[in-house]
Each structure stands twice: as structure tokens, then as C-alpha cells.
Ligand binder design. Structure first.
Ligand SMILES: NC(=O)c1ccc[n+]([C@@H]2O[C@H](COP(=O)([O-])OP(=O)(O)OC[C@H]3O[C@@H](n4cnc5c(N)ncnc54)[C@H](OP(=O)(O)O)[C@@H]3O)[C@@H](O)[C@H]2O)c1
Length: 394
């Protein structure tokens, strides 16, 4: 695809834990003709990442280096101007994300990130939705484990159900994995800003129109799920918000779409332990002094070792039911959710925008992964080893 820009794709945050994995994934898998660059605030640290890539993968698709810092907007503009797609892993996004989106909108550059922070995503929809549409670009947040398997898995499932019927869809998430310092910093800061988030929701909480269709949540309560022989615990992540946004945008979700998002847990004891753990962290994150102590638990830049990641996995099982009695069970299955698969998901999302989905074919604006990329991204992820499977029915 020809372009007057220097690069197809820039990885901003390439010196961070996830950014390095994204860079490795691209160096390992992308064709020699990919024009790409690593970006970050230190050229010497970027050089070290590039040397590691060279040692591991030779000269194949060698990236250029770009110095850019969130605190210097002119450096973000200069970076955004040079690329067709900007992929960013610079988080916490509530703190560092908005200037990067703003630079992309101002310079007509497609954008993908790996945030899972609802406050940031709401703010970006509110402030940049119509500008991104006017400029004709795609701004796509949540292209990592939050929320690609859930959003695209729901989309994959509704395509196996009748289009003209009300649909109830339940997703049950099981996973094993550890987390990085960057994820920990982002989660603690998001929990510390819960009050601010509630206030923002009151101002920004408007939902887009659905052409008369109905879209909403299933009751969110802990219950025993016979079909799974396990407890289903509502998961307070950003994923249901993203799935419902896709359902509001696309008529394929039918006249009345209801979604429930749950963690699958074997025993009530595990449920109680998880709830107590989360409640304690939320409580400690409310006061500056205890929040600072929490932030010291895991530092930015570190994360699970390769051996730990190799033991990671996830399965998201979807149970869909249409009002005419049609039932379907599907699943999305992959390896280490937080890092190996997240880096794959976001890299494939950026490649998908750059090569599979021309802007002119639309839609443009602040979009979910499903609305921006849909089946083109599912195909890429399947080729990359993430399974989207029909288990039963359909
Ligand atoms: N949704 C998901 O599934 C998922 C999965 C993984 C990660 N994440 C999110 O991704 C983010 C990154 O995680 P991580 O573990 O990779 O974190 P990390 O290792 O701490 O990396 C953060 C990156 O941000 C860069 N950075 C910090 N301040 C900057 C500034 N002022 N200008 C430019 N760059 C700056 C850092 O650069 P330096 O190297 O120069 O410090 C580093 O490259 C977090 O928000 C995390 O929650 C989400």
C-alpha cells in the first residue's frame, strides 16, 4: 500500500515490558517489507532494544528509532506525522494516553493501544469521537487481552445466531497468568481514581443511539452455572463495556442484545479470597500514602519471565441463546493472556489497520476492535495461533 509517510507502523513504548514483546513479535513475524520504527523517550535504550532484535532475528525488517516523550507534544506530533499507524503501550493511559491520541487526531494517523482503563476510554470517546470521524481515522483502544478475545469472541458468536432474534450472550473467562509492573501501576492508579471515574461517568455516560435496537447487560450477580459446574462471578473489567459498544454500533447483534461477563471459578472459597483481595487493594488505593506503598510493590519495566509466560493460558467460553431457541457455544483460546498474547493481539491489530482495512472503506472514529477490524482481525489472530472455535450448535 503506497503512502507518503515514512512508516507503516510505529511502536511507542518500545523500551517498556510489553513494548519490547510487541517489537519482538513484529521482528519475528512481519515481512521484510514492513516499514516500521521503535519509539520512546530514550534513544540509547531504544538502541539496546534494536540490538537485541538484531541478535535474535538478524536484519529482517530492521526498525528505525524515534525519540518521543509524552511531556513534549511537538515530539508526539513529529512521530505521528511519520507513520500510518501508531501503536502505543505507554501507560498508565489515564496519565500518558491522551496527548498521544490528540497527536494522532491532529495528524490524521490511525491509533491502537492496549489500555484496559475505563476512565481513559470514556474520555477518548467523548473528546475525540467526532474529530476522529471528521479526519477519517480509526482510534482503537483495548487491543490487548482487554478486550480483544471478549469483543471479537462475542462478535464471532453472534455470527452463528439468527440476526433477527433477541440474543442473550454470556462469557465465562478462565485464565492463568502474572502481571507486569506497568499493569500494576495502571490498576492501582485506576482504583485510586474510582470517585473521579464515577463523576466522569455522570457527565460522559451517554450511550450512542442504536437505531431502535436494544442493547444492555444481563443481571450481574454471582451464581452457580450448571452447564460449567462452576461459579460465575461478574468481572468488573472494561470488557463488557467494549462488547456493548460494539453491539450498539452493529445491527448484526440483533434487535435486543443482552450480555453478561463472568469469571469462571471452581469454589466459593476462591471467590471469597479473590473478592477480599480486590477489596483490600481498592481500599488501600484510596489514600495517597497507602497508594504510594502499593505502587512500590512492582516497578515499571519488569514483568513475568519467559518461563512464567509459557505456563500462562486463557479460555473465554461464550454461551449464546436466541429467542427462537437456537443455542451456540464458542470459545477463544490462547496462551499467556497479559503479555505474549497481548503483544500479538495489538501488533496484529496495527497490521490489520495498515494492510487489511483501508480507511476509505470505513468506518472511522473512536471504535472498538470489532467495529474497526472484525473478521479481518479474527483471521489474523487465528493464523497467529489464537483459536476462535465453534464448540456446539450454530
Ligand atoms: N489490556 C491489557 O491486556 C494489557 C496488557 C499488558 C499491559 N497493559 C497496559 O500497558 C501499559 C504498559 O505496561 P508495561 O508492563 O509494558 O509497562 P512498562 O514496562 O512500565 O512500560 C511503560 C512504557 O511507557 C514509557 N513511558 C513512560 N513515561 C513516558 C513518557 N513520558 N514518554 C514516553 N514514554 C513514556 C516507558 O518508557 P521508559 O522505558 O523510557 O521508562 C515504557 O516504555 C500499562 O498501562 C498496562 O496496564 C495492558
Amino acid at each position: 500500500m503506497s503512502s507518503d509517510r515514512d512508516f507503516d507502523l510505529v511502536v511507542f513504548g518500545a523500551t517498556g515490558f510489553t513494548g519490547r514483546l510487541v517489537s519482538q513479535y513484529l521482528a519475528r513475524t512481519a515481512g521484510a517489507d514492513l516499514r516500521w520504527a521503535l519509539a520512546g523517550r530514550s534513544l540509547s535504550r531504544l538502541g539496546a532494544v534494536a540490538r537485541d532484535l538484531h541478535r535474535a532475528y538478524g536484519d529482517r525488517a530492521a526498525p528505525a528509532l524515534i525519540e518521543a516523550d509524552v511531556s513534549r507534544p511537538e515530539s508526539l506530533a513529529a512521530m505521528a506525522k511519520r507513520t500510518r499507524v501508531l501503536l502505543t503501550t505507554v501507560g498508565p493511559f489515564a496519565r500518558f494516553g491522551e496527548p498521544v491520541v490528540s497527536a494522532c487526531v491532529a495528524n490524521a494517523t490511525d491509533y491502537v493501544d492496549i489500555t484496559g482503563e475505563p476512565m481513559f476510554v470514556d474520555r477518548i470517546c467523548e473528546r475525540y469521537g467526532s474529530q476522529a470521524e471528521d479526519v477519517g481515522i480509526r482510534v482503537v483502544s483495548c487491543c490487548g487481552f482487554d478486550s480483544v478475545p471478549h469483543d471479537l469472541g462475542a462478535w464471532f458468536t453472534v455470527q452463528h445466531l439468527p440476526r433477527d432474534q433477541p440474543i442473550e450472550l454470556r462469557a465465562f473467562v478462565s485464565s492463568k497468568g502474572s502481571f507486569s509492573g506497568g499493569t500494576w501501576q495502571s490498576a492501582v492508579q485506576a482504583m485510586g481514581a474510582l470517585q473521579e471515574f464515577r463523576e466522569q461517568r455522570r457527565t460522559f455516560g451517554r450511550q450512542p443511539a442504536t437505531d431502535g435496537r436494544r442493547v444492555g447487560s444481563l443481571p450481574q450477580k454471582i451464581h452457580y452455572e450448571e452447564a460449567l459446574d462452576a461459579w460465575a462471578v461478574p468481572l468488573p473489567t472494561i470488557d463488557p463495556q467494549i462488547v456493548l459498544r460494539s453491539a450498539r454500533a452493529l445491527s448484526e447483534y440483533g434487535p435486543d442484545f443482552r450480555y453478561g461477563h463472568y469469571a469462571k471459578m471452581r469454589s466459593l472459597r476462591t471467590v471469597a479470597a479473590a473478592a477480599a483481595g480486590v477489596a483490600s487493594i481498592v481500599a488501600l488505593a484510596q489514600l495517597e500514602v497507602t497508594r504510594e506503598l502499593l505502587l512500590k510493590v512492582r516497578s515499571s519495566g519488569e514483568g513475568p519471565s519467559r518461563a512464567q509466560r509459557e505456563r500462562g493460558w486463557f479460555i473465554v467460553r461464550f454461551h449464546g441463546k436466541a429467542a427462537d431457541g437456537t443455542e451456540v457455544v464458542t470459545q477463544v483460546v490462547g496462551g499467556d493472556p497479559g503479555y505474549d498474547e497481548t503483544s500479538k493481539m495489538v501488533a496484529e491489530s496495527a497490521l490489520c489497520l495498515a494492510f487489511d482495512r483501508p480507511r476509505e472503506e470505513g468506518p472511522c472514529g473512536v471504535l472498538t476492535p470489532t467495529v474497526a477490524m472484525g473478521n479481518a482481525l479474527i483471521q489474523r489472530l487465528q493464523r497467529a495461533g489464537i483459536a476462535f472455535e465453534l464448540v456446539r450448535g450454530g
